[in-house]
Design a protein around this ligand. Structure first.
Ligand code: SF4
Length: 276
């Protein structure tokens, strides 16, 4: 069966589950449909367990929590693959990932040059060098050189708050990072209800078009996700992000084969100004 036929079959199944109840139980219908869809795509789209990165890049981040923070910082304005392969590639260029050694040996400008060297490791080398350098210093000073100490024995709301203290980590990235700790690294965090969906461009576009939010305002989108899956809103990040990237594209969305097509208001007007 071709990939499009497979998708049509899968989406037909999901839309059948969703039924015709979108008018009076939209939240419930979306919740069922999106969780069903998530089951099918979660593994293939897992950053640290799926096929987006090379094995050595994944292993490096999974075994080195300091690299996890650098990957999270780099996850901005570039593809996921570029962001999360940066820690390993930076390590190869520096020949070490010992933060104390790096901050003693290099300046921010030198790190920028290393990131910038072709093929560049990121679209914004100057900004990344600053964020990475600051994160290295913060981890040395506040966490005894080990990023594990950020989440060890902590609740989700504290972890999100501590991640947000890093330069270059917004609430969106802190929520994403906490979700990845749970999903890809198996970190046991009890209060998953405090992990929000990531306020990402693909997710914002999808929420507005479906009619799950009326305005592109972070609080409105986060609140809507909390209603869809109150137990763990951050779990929805992967599913909505994938729909936004693969179906609900800025131009030429593929509504006919979209898993949420029957539940969607297709409010295209609302998303014409969403850029990033
Ligand atoms: S049906 Fe179309 S507009 Fe609605 S979420 Fe899917 S791709 Fe986007």
């Amino acid at each position: 069966m071709g990939i499009n036929n497979k998708r049509r079959y899968r989406n037909k199944k999901i839309n059948k589950i969703s039924g015709d109840i979108m008018d009076d139980s939209k939240v419930l219908a979306v919740s069922k449909a999106i969780l069903e869809y998530l089951k099918e795509i979660e593994n293939e789209n897992s950053i640290l367990n799926g096929n987006l990165l090379l094995d050595e890049e994944k292993e490096f981040v999974k075994k080195n929590m300091n690299a996890f923070i650098i990957g999270l910082i780099a996850d901005q304005s570039v593809k996921v693959e570029i962001a999360w392969s940066l820690p390993y590639k930076l390590y190869k260029r520096l020949n070490t990932f010992d933060f104390k050694e790096i901050v003693q040996k290099y300046t921010i400008e030198e790190i920028e040059e290393i990131i910038k060297t072709k093929p560049a490791l990121h679209r914004y080398p100057s900004r990344m060098a600053l964020y990475i350098y600051c994160a290295m210093n913060d981890i040395i000073k506040k966490y005894n050189g080990d990023a594990n100490n950020i989440w060890l024995n902590r609740k989700a709301d504290e972890i999100v708050r501590l991640l947000e203290e890093f330069k270059g980590i917004s609430h969106k990235k802190a929520s994403l990072g906490t979700m990845l700790l749970i999903r890809d690294l198996g970190i046991n965090i009890c209060d998953k209800q405090n992990v929000d969906i990531a306020y990402d461009v693909h997710i914002r576009r999808t929420f507005l078009r479906i009619g799950l939010a009326q305005n592109d305002i972070q609080d409105e989108i986060l609140e809507s996700a909390r209603k869809i899956y109150p137990e763990y809103p951050g779990k929805l990040t992967t599913a909505f992000w994938t729909i936004g990237r693969d179906y609900c594209r800025p131009t030429d969305p593929t509504c006919l084969i979209c898993p949420l097509s029957q539940l969607c208001e297709k409010n295209f007007e609302k998303t014409k100004n969403i850029k990033s």
